[in-house]
Design a protein around this ligand. Sequence first.
Ligand SMILES: [Zn+2]
Length: 137
Amino acid sequence: MADARHTITAADGRAALRETGGPLLGWWDSDKVNVRSAGEVVDPAAFGTCSTRRESFAQHALHRAIAALGHPWMGYVGDWHSHPAPCEASAQDLKSIRSASRTYPQPLLPIVHRCDSVLDIQAARRGRSHRVLEVTA
Ligand SMILES: [Zn+2]
């Protein structure tokens, strides 16, 4: 996920101390996920904060990105957002991704980019926390 990691790091650098984030694109292969690309939702109001994940955010941008990447397996695999502090996914982050995962057949990833550049990667599947075996590019 070199591309995705690069996008996240660069976007977070620009965002400084506010939260930023966007969709993650790739595909699942049983318990392994291939994250090929990370989008950034430029309008912060469209994304909200980690306490208010918006279902409808950037559906548009997402479909455009999937079409542009043109990979037949490419789809929405989760979201990423930055934390302006060195803390991982909050209880609220996990709760909102678990609830969002009920409407998807595949697990969803929340990736949190901490201010110390650590990526905290979790997953949820059908409303429960899900162990990811591997995250690759
Ligand atoms: Zn958060």
